[in-house]
Design a protein around this ligand. Structure first.
Ligand SMILES: *[C@@H]1O[C@H](CO)[C@@H](O)[C@H](O)[C@H]1NC(C)=O
Ligand SMILES: *[C@@H]1O[C@H](CO)[C@@H](O)[C@H](O)[C@H]1NC(C)=O
Ligand SMILES: [Zn+2]
Length: 297
């Protein structure tokens, strides 16, 4: 008797399952238990310029990248946030600010203006750290992504089709044995929402008018890695100019476990929602450091 290779079996099984690429992005079904299978439904997941990658200060090109410029990041939103469990992560759409526009970034690797669209997180479990990018060989506990779209494109679909369509800012967090962390008020509000969004598709509105910058607290915004990569979830479009901050922010050991009690659409724990490392191949990683470090090192 002949048994087909297990890879073929999975391939056929996946095509029989009722998920399709026409689904709106929030309904895309994929599993972190089999990320190597994503490419059978989403071919770009097996294609070029994939993320995440390991970032290493010894293997970068320390060119004079311009700093990132943060527009409207410190202006309050004109409406409350709606924090939602979409079955893969907890996320919220970025509202417009009181000036009528969304916060935006430019600078770094970006030649255009990119407006902030959504924020979400990747985490591990009690056994496993869950950042997507590695810094100098270390995986951290949590990673926050602020997804921005190039303002010259009209829709997410159009932006995903372009190599300069999206810009993601990534912030890594490391657990500390402190009970309260005072200087990230926005981030604290998001953490406070987690216990309300345990079930799939549930959402919660924190009763505070926040700024996008308040998620970053006192982060050193001038010191970051940058490279060309992709979305780290299907459809894995190679459309992202990544900027990963070199400073790792603290998260209390009392707060991190709140991520672990979220559940997916099947009612199972939503854990370890990070994609495995992808090959950097010939891509270059840039590191921008404050000027003093060049002068004194
Ligand atoms: C994206 O690219 C595909 C293939 O090139 C094309 O068929 C589709 O119309 C494009 N979509 C948008 C919104 O530009
Ligand atoms: C999620 O909830 C909204 C209403 O809160 C509902 O309209 C929508 O159909 C739900 N989606 C899923 C996939 O259950
Ligand atoms: Zn992400």
């Amino acid at each position: 008797m002949h048994f087909p290779a297990i890879g073929d079996f999975y391939k056929r099984l996946l095509f029989l399952l009722p998920f399709a690429t026409e689904m709106p992005p929030e309904d895309r079904r994929f599993s972190y238990e089999a990320p190597m299978q994503w490419q059978y439904l989403y071919p770009q997941c097996g294609g070029v310029d994939q993320s995440p990658v390991p970032l290493n200060a010894q293997k970068v090109i320390p060119i004079g990248l311009p700093p990132l410029h943060f527009g409207l990041y410190d202006e309050p939103f004109d409406e409350l946030l709606n924090v939602r469990n979409n079955g893969h992560t907890v996320e919220f759409s970025v509202p417009t600010t009181v000036y009528g526009e969304r916060p935006y970034i430019t600078g770094g690797l970006l030649e255009d203006f990119y407006e902030a669209m959504a924020v979400h997180f990747h985490w591990g479990s009690a056994q496993q750290k869950g950042s997507e990018h590695l810094l100098n060989g270390r995986r951290y506990d949590l990673e926050m992504h602020i997804v921005h779209r190039n303002t010259k494109y009209q829709s997410d679909e159009e932006a995903r089709n372009q190599t300069d369509g999206l810009a993601v800012l990534a912030v890594l967090f490391k657990v500390v044995r402190t009970n309260y962390i005072y200087y990230q008020p926005g981030f604290t509000e998001i953490l406070g929402s987690l216990l309300h969004v345990g079930e799939f598709n549930s959402s919660y509105t924190p009763a505070a008018f926040l700024t996008l910058g308040s998620l970053l607290g006192g982060l050193d915004r001038g010191n970051f890695y940058a490279y060309k990569g992709s979305l780290t979830t299907p459809p894995c479009s190679p459309a992202v100019l990544w900027h990963v901050f070199a400073e790792v922010l603290p998260i209390s050991h009392l707060e991190l476990p709140k991520f672990w009690q979220l559940r997916n659409r099947y009612g199972r724990p939503l854990l370890n929602n990070f994609r495995p490392l992808q090959s950097l191949e010939r891509r270059q990683v840039f590191l921008r450091r404050p000027l003093e470090e060049y002068l004194w090192s």
